[in-house]
Design a protein around this ligand. Structure first.
Ligand code: P6P
Length: 358
């Protein structure tokens, strides 16, 4: 009887090892620890992955499922019309954390106040902040949408339910990432040790590591902005757009879904902008569960995220649904946008000095 060759050849071994690198295992590898806290964070990320799978499943069949598409007829705390998929996805994140003992509070774009899971609160020391479906205007036309998430440690008992400890800057995030529901479903995350992407293998029902230690190029060709707002912007933003129109090497890409646009820039380089407008000087995007998680991720990948005048991760919100302008992407491109704002401020100061002189 010949001995069965016990060792797979290297290629097969590598592929098998890759398929075994699930999200929960990767978190433990990142932490290089099997402590209770490491296990909790690994389990928490695994619950987020479960939420992503449940949402992806509904999205892929939305056109066939009764009552999956369209509007609910209600408006959310943002004053935006709520899609049925928004409500479904919001509830999915709540459901996957019930009976988990991990997360006491969930703060969502779709809920005016944070949702508490009482059975978790005595031991659950984490808070999930999330946008369950980002870019929901794309859902009914089968274009890419995303989910954005951030994890923070709860500070204090929050006995009055005010969740005041959430009103701190983005450097309090311990994990952040997004799910991109596109041709494949990808989960991109960071726990402060680089940025890593997992692709859902439907045949396994697992997110498998597909890109590790992603680095955003220092500069890229893409600028991503809704130019329909051009005449509502401040002059420096208009001047930046005129600059990229006049210089070779730039290309415009804008999908109407923040996650897809930032994902493209993470891999190809460039800059996404959602500046303040005359109607919304503070901008449209929400800090705690859109800009700050993406800023955490992009900085981990070697990029930058700014309001145009301040690092996003330094902004302290005055309420859970605080909005900020957002300029995010390759560090050279974000810095170039900021330079137009700095130039205007410098000229303004000079004019004030001149006019104040006798
Ligand atoms: P506009 C989607 O509603 C969203 O919050 C982001 O995903 C997206 O980048 C932005 O708003 C699009 O806004 O005003 O260009 O349609």
């Amino acid at each position: 009887m010949t001995d069965v060759d016990q060792s797979l050849d290297l290629d097969h071994q590598h592929l098998l090892d890759r398929d075994c690198t699930t999200l929960s295992r990767h978190v433990l590898q990142q932490l290089q620890s099997f402590s209770a806290e490491a296990q909790d964070l690994s389990a928490l990320m695994n619950r987020i992955a479960l939420a992503a799978k449940l949402i992806a499943r509904r999205l892929t069949r939305a056109g066939l499922v009764e009552d999956a598409l369209g509007f609910t007829g209600r408006t959310n705390v943002q004053g935006e019309s709520v899609k049925k998929m928004d409500v479904f996805a919001n509830q999915v994140f709540i459901s996957v954390f019930e009976q988990s003992g991990l997360v006491c509070r969930l703060a969502s774009e779709e809920m005016e106040k944070p949702y508490y899971i009482p059975e978790n609160c005595p031991i659950g020391r984490y808070t999930l902040l999330y946008d369950p479906i980002d870019g929901s205007s794309n859902v009914d036309i089968n274009l890419n949408v995303g989910s954005i998430f951030a994890v923070r440690r709860q500070e204090g008992e929050d006995l009055d339910g005010s969740a005041k400890d959430l009103l701190q800057n983005g450097r309090k995030q311990i994990a952040a990432g997004y799910v991109l529901y596109g041709p494949s479903t990808m989960l991109v995350y960071s726990i402060g040790k680089g940025v890593h992407a997992f692709t859902l293998d439907p045949s396994l029902g697992e997110f498998i590591l597909s890109s590790e230690n992603i680095r955003i190029p220092d500069h890229g060709p893409v600028y991503s902005v809704n130019e329909g707002n051009f005449w509502q912007w401040d002059d420096p933003i208009r001047d930046y757009i005129r600059y990229v129109h006049r210089h070779e090497g730039y290309t415009a890409r804008y999908s109407g879904a923040l996650v897809g646009d930032v994902h493209r820039i993470l891999f190809q380089g460039g800059v996404f902008l959602y500046p303040g407008t005359v109607k919304k000087p503070e901008g449209k995007l929400r800090l705690l569960y859109e800009s700050a998680p993406l800023a955490f991720l992009i900085e981990q990948a070697g990029g930058r995220a700014s309001t145009g005048t301040q690092d996003i991760l330094d902004v302290i919100p005055d309420k859970v649904h605080t909005r900020t302008p957002l300029v995010i992407g390759s560090k050279e491109d974000v810095t170039l946008v900021e330079s137009f704002i700095q130039e205007r401020d410098r000229e303004q100061k000079e004019r004030e000095i001149l006019t104040s002189q006798p």
